[in-house]
Design a binder for this molecule. Structure first.
Ligand code: ADP
Ligand code: ZN
Length: 742
């Protein structure tokens, strides 16, 4: 077939769960491979769909006359070549349809066909640049005026930096500041010799050495910045970012979901003069789309974002930083179940860019990768600014007196310490990874346990909301006064959560400020900022929190950290259980003594003989030496990173549908693949079989043979999509390198 210059066959990936793309005809003047990654509108199964061009072809298996026409939506690809490469890799590795992976790259508005145009970029400026902020009463308004004295600030940036809409509007109303559109007027070019707004501290020897090593290398390199908590990793990032910007390259910083605190963003905004964009779950669809386009049109040079920001088009990408690389939030747990750190490495490699994985508690995979010299490791062994690492002690709960405190988790030794520390004017952090008031509620007469209607899970008591809440599906009901089965009124609550500890402490220390930081109490960045503010200006003396509190925060006067209950983390059937417990206690412990004061960490446990706890308090061991023991156990048990594992998941409201599907898949694997190095589990129920009214079953597969592993998974996908019909509402998914144990 002769191709006319303005006519071609294109292969389009559409948003359907199918391992196949579709051919269309494109009429356009300039047809070339540059169009790969461009959005098109196509008709598919009688509806109009937005798809992405993935190939330009000269022929098709289908007669050209039968091919439908596609309508081009952009003249340039929104999915840039490097992102397309990363997604192609991800689609093959995680066995997820390309068309659906590509959807993850685009913000919702672009996914649904909006024009790729920046409408406006609103910024705030002072009406009178010399306005005297001391005329204002409110501290946050004063602070905003002072910030604006350094120049106009984008409205999004204000939000990132913790200035509320309320604060902004109040100043607009007073006529002190005004909004204007900087889309056309803002000068995006910058002097690469003059990118620093505010200088940082002078680096210490270790930091400087790290910066030198990273800056001296060019091209693709994976560096692991293994630095203890408070060692000044962020300072290292800021310095290598400056170096990258000075060579006219752009930077991507990925941060965990949890570190969305304004202080994270502030350090970047305050350091650099160059425009910065942020991308995270707190944005509206419009803001997210604008952020994407600002990067696409090269109007900003640093992008800071959570997991999915990885797929944003960035011109001339020179450096990727993954902060807290071990964090579970880099793994997507539904749909396209990718790991952002792993795909970031793929993207960096394609761009011949550097990538830095920073953490005080690197994942076992990453440790293994530097032990085998795949990555280079750089250590920061000391805390910056002369702070010392905290002392750690173990308290055996069995030896504690049965006080009211102990009933809510606080043993007498910890209770005494809290009193002593707060009397000195220092602050205390208490950590418990369980929100709510009580763990569950039981009828004292017939033993009935209140469970969720939709899940196999007991309901948690939440006193402030007067509710029982399911921590899986969020089902809620009012706290009952009697048992629905036997009508007895004696209901017994078991186990304590953060809310109960807060109540106890408020009674015990009525004069102290007590703040609880968990998902019930803190629902957005502003609330978090307010709570942290109370800590910083010392209106709060005790902080109780879940893992929201575990990392990223820097409190100078916290000298005591109490880990209330670690036991439930030590005995789980999750093979990552000990790794995550170790990371958690190390990170939480890292909140203590971050400035010149010596910190103390108290870990309460009934299991004080557990080897992990004993190693943790042993001064001759550190995170890495313990992690290496865990790695050895993984090797012995043939678990990741020494084997490949995956789940084949099925769920349905009708259990049999899911079971039958897995039965056919199991059979398919067994007859086609036999190997001593292949473990296939029988069909199992998930740990919590019923979730959201659906019954969940799975098959677990494990092999050290990577080729075999991917071969099986890809054939299973083809088998399911081409030869099986999912019955009723049955759903099927694969999870490669799972983070959750089902
Ligand atoms: P990490 O990310 O490793 O936990 P940070 O970068 O947040 O550590 O640094 C911890 C604290 O030490 C911060 O308050 C930071 O401002 C301070 N800091 C970092 N480097 C230096 C330095 N070279 N001199 C003085 N203070 C420093
Ligand atoms: Zn539920």
């Amino acid at each position: 077939m002769g191709t006319l210059p303005n006519f071609s066959i294109i292969e389009v990936a559409v948003n359907r769960h199918m391992f196949q793309n579709f051919d269309y005809i494109l009429e356009y003047e300039y047809i070339s491979n540059d169009l790969i990654g461009t959005r098109v509108q196509v008709s598919f199964a009688n509806s109009k769909e937005i798809g992405v061009i993935v190939k330009i072809k000269t022929n098709s298996d289908i007669a050209v006359t039968k091919l439908k026409k596609a309508k081009l939506l952009d003249t340039k690809a929104l999915i840039t070549t490097d992102v397309m490469h990363t997604i192609n890799f991800g689609s093959a590795y995680y066995h997820y349809p390309l068309g659906q992976c590509l959807q993850v790259c685009l913000p919702k508005l672009l996914r649904t066909g909006s024009e790729a145009k920046i409408s406006q970029i609103m910024a705030l400026e002072l009406v009178d640049p010399n306005f005297d902020s001391s005329l204002l009463k409110k501290d946050n308004q004063k602070a905003l005026v002072e910030t604006l004295k350094q120049g106009a600030v984008k409205v999004n940036e204000l939000k990132d930096r913790g200035f509320s809409t309320y604060c902004k509007n109040a100043l607009i109303k007073k006529g002190i500041v005004r909004l204007f559109d900087i889309k056309d007027t803002f000068n995006y070019s910058f002097d690469k010799n003059n990118i620093i707004k505010n200088k940082g501290p002078i680096l210490n020897t270790e930091q400087q050495a790290a910066v030198n090593i990273i800056n001296s290398q060019s091209g693709f390199n994976v560096f692991v910045l293994n630095g203890v908590t408070g060692s000044g990793k962020t300072e290292v990032y800021l310095n290598i970012i400056a170096h990258t910007l000075a060579s006219n390259k752009r930077v991507l910083v990925l941060v965990p979901e949890i570190s969305l605190a304004p202080q994270t963003f502030n350090r970047f905004y305050q350091r650099f003069k160059v425009p910065i964009v942020s991308m995270h779950s707190g944005l509206s669809d419009k803001e997210r789309c604008d952020a994407f386009l600002e990067m696409y049109y090269d109007k900003a040079y640093i992008l800071i974002g959570t997991r999915s920001a990885l797929f944003t088009p960035i011109k001339n990408l020179g450096l990727i930083v993954i902060d807290e690389e071990h964090d579970g939030s880099f793994k997507q747990s539904d749909g396209f179940r990718y790991h952002a750190r792993n795909l970031a490495i793929v993207r960096a490699k394609y761009n011949n860019a550097k990538i830095v994985l920073g953490s005080a508690t690197p994942s076992l995979e990453t440790i293994n990768n530097y032990l085998t010299n795949k990555y280079s490791v750089i250590y920061l062994k000391h805390r910056a600014a002369n702070a010392t690492l905290p002392k750690v002690e173990l308290v055996d709960l069995k030896t504690q007196i049965l006080t009211d405190g102990l009933k809510t988790g606080i043993g007498n030794q910890l209770e005494d310490l809290i009193g002593q520390i707060t009397a000195k004017g220092d602050q205390v952090v208490l950590f418990l990874n369980r929100r709510g008031y009580s763990k569950n509620i039981v009828c004292h007469n017939c033993g009935y346990i209140f469970t969720c209607k939709h899940c196999d899970s007991p309901l948690t008591v939440h006193k402030t909301q007067h509710k029982l809440i399911c921590h899986i599906c969020d089902y809620q009901q009012y706290i009952p006064t009697s048992c629905p089965k036997c009508h007895n009124k004696d209901l017994l609550e078991n186990g304590f959560g953060t809310e109960q500890i807060e109540e106890f402490l408020k009674l015990r220390y009525p004069d102290l400020g007590i703040v609880r930081i968990d998902r019930d109490n803190i629902q957005n960045k502003n609330e978090l900022e307010k709570a942290l503010e109370l800590v910083h200006n010392k209106k709060a003396h005790i902080l109780i929190g879940t893992q929201m509190l575990a990392k990223g925060h820097d409190f100078a006067d916290v000298t005591l950290v109490g880990i209330i209950d670690i036991d439930s983390n030590l005995y789980t059937d999750d093979y990552r259980g000990l790794e995550t417990s170790l990371q958690l206690i190390t990170q939480v412990a890292g909140r203590a003594g971050r400035s010149h004061k010596q910190g103390l960490v108290t870990i309460q446990s009934h299991e004080t003989t557990h080897w992990l706890l004993n190693d943790f308090v042993n001064y001759n061991k550190n995170y890495e030496t313990i992690a290496m023991q865990l790695l050895e156990q993984r090797r012995e048990q043939c678990l990741p990173p020494f084997a490949n594992i995956a789940y084949i998941l099925a769920n349905s409201t009708v259990r049999d549908y899911a079971f039958e599907l897995l039965e056919q898949i199991e059979h398919f694997i067994i007859i086609n693949y036999q190997s001593d190095d292949l473990f296939i589990s029988p069909i199992c129920s998930d740990k919590i079989e019923k979730r959201f009214n659906r019954l969940h079953l799975h098959i677990f597969i494990k092999t050290a043979n990577k080729t075999l592993f991917h071969e099986i998974l890809s054939k299973v996908c083809i088998f399911v999509s081409s030869q099986l019909k999912l019955k009723g509402d049955c759903r099927f998914a694969l999870e490669v390198d799972p983070y959750n144990i089902y």
